[in-house]
Design a protein around this ligand. Structure first.
Ligand code: HEC
Length: 166
């Protein structure tokens, strides 16, 4: 007996629902539907692309504004730091344990180079380019040399000087 009443109630509800929906005008309803399914499609296309951070991973996440001319004094300081802390693995012209330095400022953004110097352990785990470099270096891992941001900036200036000369 209870079941019958329920079924009857449902039936009336359904009829009422259909009548109300019908009043809304089916044309606009369909139009809106088609539009929203298209939006979902576009959205899913975008999210399937790999979106690497062009700055890399690390402490430098703000765009660096570098002057066009080389700061010779800063570059000289960078050269000293490079010779003391980087030449165990890097040569300027040729590949050594790590990649050659020449051309690096043409290939990579300054923020990316700074992060590679300041946080190599993060970069090789999370940045797609740095990960690829590990493979190309036969699994050799760049060690964090503990440079300050200022020292890394000096080394970057030295790299810029090398590339400006070629
Ligand atoms: C223990 C060896 C080692 C030391 C020391 C080292 N690196 Fe590296 N470096 C590497 C390796 C190997 C890579 C490639 C990424 C990897 O395999 O970890 C690399 C990658 C780089 C890259 C990216 C090159 C490119 O083609 O994009 C830069 C820039 C760099 N190093 C700068 C430096 C600087 C500056 C220093 C000194 C402060 C330094 N490295 C010290 C081994 C080293």
């Amino acid at each position: 007996m209870k079941k019958k009443v329920l079924t009857l109630g449902l039936g009336i509800g359904l009829i009422l629902g259909i009548t109300i929906a019908g009043c809304g005008g089916s044309e606009t309803g369909e139009g809106a539907h088609a539009e929203s399914s298209q939006q979902v499609k576009e959205g899913s296309d975008e999210s399937s692309e790999e979106s690497a951070n062009p700055f890399g991973v690390g402490p430098i996440q703000e765009e660096m504004k570098l002057p066009a001319t080389i700061d010779e004094q800063l570059a000289a300081k960078g050269e000293e730091i490079f010779k003391a802390k980087c030449t165990a693995c890097h040569k300027i012209e040729e590949k050594y344990i790590g990649p050659p330095i020449k051309g690096v400022t043409e290939k990579r953004r300054p923020e990316w180079i700074m992060n590679m110097i300041l946080a190599p352990e993060k970069m090789i785990q999370e940045d797609p380019i740095a990960k690829q470099l590990v493979i190309e270096s036969n699994g050799a891992i760049m060690a964090n040399q503990g440079l300050t941001e200022e020292e890394a900036r000096a080394v970057l200036e030295y790299f810029r000087k090398i590339d400006a000369q070629s």
